[in-house]
Design a protein around this ligand. Structure first.
Ligand code: IPE
Ligand code: IPE
Ligand code: MG
Length: 247
């Protein structure tokens, strides 16, 4: 049986989040510069989103640029921004053809103006996409996202629009960038690193974590299938006992 056939389509995660890591090390391994790794990482993004859409995953969030990544050498940051712009333009038609809508989370205003503009236009143009939402996390930081939500809520309290008793977990979720989407059930991180790097801190509360040693440019449909199969073989207990779950 192929890996794809081993997937139970009735128990797919609705939302998969990916920390795409290892572009630089992959490039170095072949004596190339880091940018070469990022360029090749785009193919893995395409493969992964295609595979998710084909299976019937509803939301796919990809960590493309963290708030901390602004601290990289300027030459790498600008190469990444150029690549982002090129990728948005280059993939727009395919997204529309595949009925995928684009989304973004993070401090989009912090991106170079041209990038932010193209991104917003692509989100608008693909907004009718029904099959899947592909969400790019850009200039994204989980702590900052929570801080922003806290401030938005505090302002509502200050204006007497809501009372303290109305501050609930749902209200916090509604004030995050990810508002309206279910929390990811599965988080994938490539390149052997086992940390969350400030990604979706609130939303990953009960996600299953899957780590692979593959570098991001090596990731493809088969690797995604392996992650989903692994996820489907786990028992998600949510604090209960195994016996309760089996009942
Ligand atoms: C992930 O690959 C891509 C981004 C963070 C933009 P890296 O660039 O982090 O590659 P490594 O981890 O240095 O190998
Ligand atoms: C996390 O990868 C951010 C993205 C994948 C965009 P990093 O390579 O920046 O994370 P650290 O620095 O190793 O934690
Ligand atoms: Mg890295």
């Amino acid at each position: 049986m192929s890996l794809k056939e081993q997937i139970d389509l009735t128990r797919l995660p609705k939302h998969i989040a990916v920390i795409m890591d290892g572009n630089g090390r992959w490039a170095k391994q072949q004596g190339k510069n880091r940018i070469f790794g990022h360029t090749n990482g785009v193919n893995a993004v395409r493969e992964t989103s295609e595979a998710c859409a084909e299976l019937g995953v509803q939301h796919l969030t990809m960590y493309a640029f963290s708030a901390e990544n602004w601290n990289r050498p300027q030459i790498e940051v600008s190469a990444l921004m150029t690549l982002l712009l090129k990728t948005i333009n280059g993939e727009l038609k395919t997204l529309m053809k595949n009925d995928i809508r684009l989304g973004a989370i993070g401090d989009i205003d912090a991106l170079p103006k041209g990038v932010a503009k193209e991104l917003r236009e692509a989100i608008e143009k693909t907004s009718g996409g029904k099959r899947m939402e592909l969400i790019l996390a850009l200039s994204y930081g989980g702590k900052n996202e929570i801080l922003r939500a806290v401030k938005q809520i505090a302002l509502q309290v200050q204006k007497n629009e809501i009372g303290l008793h109305e501050i609930t977990e749902d209200l916090i979720s509604d004030n995050l960038y990810t508002a309206g989407r279910p929390d990811p059930e599965l988080l994938i991180r490539t390149s052997g690193e086992m940390r969350v790097s400030n990604f979706l801190l609130w939303q990953l509360a009960y996600a299953e974590f899957y780590f692979t040693d593959k570098f991001w440019p090596e990731f493809n449909k088969e690797e995604l299938y392996k992650a989903i199969i692994d996820y489907q073989n786990r028992e998600r207990r949510f604090g209960k006992t195994s016996e309760q779950i089996k009942q």
